[in-house]
Design a protein around this ligand. Structure first.
Ligand SMILES: NC(=O)c1ccc[n+]([C@@H]2O[C@H](COP(=O)([O-])OP(=O)(O)OC[C@H]3O[C@@H](n4cnc5c(N)ncnc54)[C@H](OP(=O)(O)O)[C@@H]3O)[C@@H](O)[C@H]2O)c1
Length: 333
């Protein structure tokens, strides 16, 4: 496993991060098995993963509770990253919709953040959070000014409740404003082989300003593991079952195009003794500005396999070859 700094926070963490959205469950992620989730987390930690990313909104506290259970007795080996800003206890903030039957609000007000942090500490069973990330930017009508939010986060840092501050899903302008307002360690956003837009703005900005990046959906919900063949049918309560409507790469004809591309990489996977999932993670972590890759994990096998990607280093010509293939692949039909 390779380790990289979380920006200027003084914290190092594994370049492969364990994502825990699916183990939180809820309407979109087909019924997780908590015991298997804990085992998967243990397996990843045993393979050198130190970064675990969770959020209060993943199963409305459930993901944090499962992570808390898994890290008991192993706290000193883990960099716990959670989030704030999706609020559901009352109507403070700006309406954000209904998820898993709960109306929720985007709130980056100091009063709700302070409550959220206490709740996260309790669910995780820890006395501090290593990285607290604003899950989403504030939005009208309750558009809390960034300096006000950052002031609260800096206070929490001074109090020792959090060690580092991050953001997620922000625009370049918002990122810049957060950096101006306090100690910004990281940014989390969607980035994968199939969705490379952030190479034009956020990734170079983070590289220039020494901000760690935690990329999500880098496995594109399993599509970039090579394990989603034409015959894979998703459960009714798995959002991927209908994903073809809004995630066109899930459509059968596009899955086939991906499988054909992977088949062309057989010499690479054989040379490195790796899987397509590992090649994907290693390629992602090798891009300019990409420091940490979050991989959602549901099973022990996935935990071990994804962790294994943290040791894989591709040659420059291999990285370019994969990029050329991605460019040739083009858009989904
Ligand atoms: N900040 C944000 O707004 C935001 C948004 C989304 C996600 N995130 C974070 O990023 C993390 C990653 O995203 P994600 O979990 O949604 O999606 P992902 O990493 O793209 O995909 C995860 C899914 O891929 C499959 N998979 C993982 N490893 C595999 C392997 N080695 N072989 C075969 N299949 C494998 C598993 O699904 P199956 O086994 O069911 O096929 C798993 O649930 C999240 O867990 C969360 O921590 C943050």
């Amino acid at each position: 496993m390779r380790y990289r700094p979380l920006g200027t926070s003084g914290i190092d963490s594994s370049i492969v991060g364990l994502g825990t959205a699916a183990i939180g469950g809820g309407d979109t992620f087909a019924g997780p098995d908590d015991r298997e989730s804990v085992k998967a987390i243990h397996a990843a930690l045993d393979c050198g993963v130190t970064l675990i990313d969770t959020a209060p909104s993943y199963g409305w506290g459930h993901s944090e509770e499962v992570v808390g259970k898994a890290i008991r007795g192993r706290r000193d080996r883990v960099v716990v990253a959670t989030k704030c800003g999706v609020w559901w206890e009352d109507e403070r903030g700006s309406y954000n919709g209904v998820k898993d039957g709960r109306e929720n609000y985007v709130s980056l007000r100091p009063d709700t953040i302070t409550i959220e942090v206490e709740n996260s500490l309790r669910r995780l069973g820890v006395d501090h959070i290593d990285l607290l990330q604003c899950h989403k930017p504030a939005k009208p009508p309750e558009d809390t000014p960034i300096p006000e939010t950052m002031g609260c986060l800096m206070d929490l840092k001074d109090q020792g409740k959090i060690r580092a501050i991050g953001v997620s899903n922000v625009s370049l302008d918002q990122l810049d404003a957060y950096r101006e307002a306090g100690d910004l360690a990281s940014d989390q956003f969607r980035y994968s082989m199939l969705l490379r837009d952030r190479e034009a703005d956020i990734l170079p900005y983070c590289a220039e300003h020494n901000i760690a990046t935690l990329t999500y959906w880098s496995l594109e919900q399993g599509l970039l593991t090579g394990k989603v063949g034409l015959d894979r049918v998703f459960r009714e309560d798995d959002f991927r079952g209908t994903a073809g409507e809004w995630l066109p790469w899930f459509r059968l004809e596009n899955r086939q195009r991906l499988l054909d591309m992977f088949a062309g990489w057989t010499d690479l996977t054989e040379k490195h003794g790796c899987t397509i999932a590992q090649l994907t993670v290693a390629w992602t972590a090798a891009q300019t500005g990409a420091t940490h890759v979050l991989c959602g994990v549901r099973t022990v096998e996935q935990g071990i396999q994804n962790a294994g990607a943290g040791a894989l280093e591709l040659e420059a010509d291999e990285i370019q070859r994969v990029r050329d293939d991605l460019v040739a692949l083009g858009d989904p039909v």
